[in-house]
Design a protein around this ligand. Sequence first.
Ligand code: EPS
Length: 377
Amino acid sequence: MLRFFTAGESHGRGIFVIVDGFPAGVRVDLDYINHLLRLRQGGYGRGGRQKIEQDEADILSGIRNGVTMGSPILIAVWNRDVRDMKASYVPRPGHSDLAGAFKYGIKDTRFISERASARETAGRVAAGALCELLLKNFGIEFISFVVEIGGVRANVPEKFDYDEMRRKIEQSELYTPDEEAEKKMKEMIDLARRKKDTLGGIFEVRVKGVPPGLGSHSQWDRKLDGKIAQALMSIQAIKGVEIGLGFESARRFGSQVHDEILIENGKIKRASNRAGGIEGGMSNGCEIVVRAAMKPISTLYSPLRSVNLKDMREEPALVDRSDICAVPAASVVGRSAVAVEIAKAFLEKFGGDSLNEIKSNYESFLRQIEDPSLWLE
Ligand code: EPS
């Protein structure tokens, strides 16, 4: 079973991730991991912290001669801004501060926020990058981009070439393919900065090359859409997830929602992909399309009303260095979260201890699905 855990605090020594159950024999491209880590740090609207940090994966175990060993992989992303943050007693509305203070009976909210900080997502991106490297061996590719910031929507083509799209997104300061929308989004972020406010938005993750049959219809906790939703909802500041048409499917007739099944050159095809690649909790062979909504960052330079937990008097919330908008960064984290879930489901279906074993299981499954004469009747 593939799983991962992170450890570390925002201003502690670093962020650490242990990836356990990762198969042996996968070549690890460190530049690929570091590229995604640096993408996570970027995006217009990020705060001062990212000028200090230069996130890089320091692989401490599980890899020999550039190849995974099948043993736990420990990766450290060392922090540069290491310091003992001064105590803070005034919780920020929207942050973990007050809920954590109640939960632990602690007035100094740093005990909570140091761990709750989205800096932790550096570990998730390292884990996701490893999973992407595994899945590349099977032609599975990931991409993510920003589709909305502060109410400004990007125009995104339904179908696109992943390499071309990746180039476009990585050239954009907001990781969005629509240049016109990008200008307006930047204006909204500038406005938020002037107003000492923050902004959220929506990102999309797509996955191509996923074979049908990942996940399961048979039990609630094995459904692929449920697992992806949980992984995305667990990312700091994410408030909503949709798959395929998502909420829009609730507004349409069934005939405008479901994807017709056709036969083309003897092969099964779908007329559309409104389901976003998942039906009945299983991948159906179409591209996976997922979106997540991020709320605005909760540290405001013009703070909201709050209460000082030391003297129990009203006082404006803590003002700390923060981001105006971190939706581009969240799009990279979301992509990683989806990569981990697809890798887990992939290994559950084709699992083995080594890449070669997984390959032979995968190829035998492909032979089966391509030849319906082999199916039970
Ligand atoms: C983050 C680092 C943090 C914040 C952000 C994410 O750095 P600092 O707190 O030192 O400015 O920029 O964390 C939050 C938004 C939060 O609410 O905690 C990072 O590396 O992603």
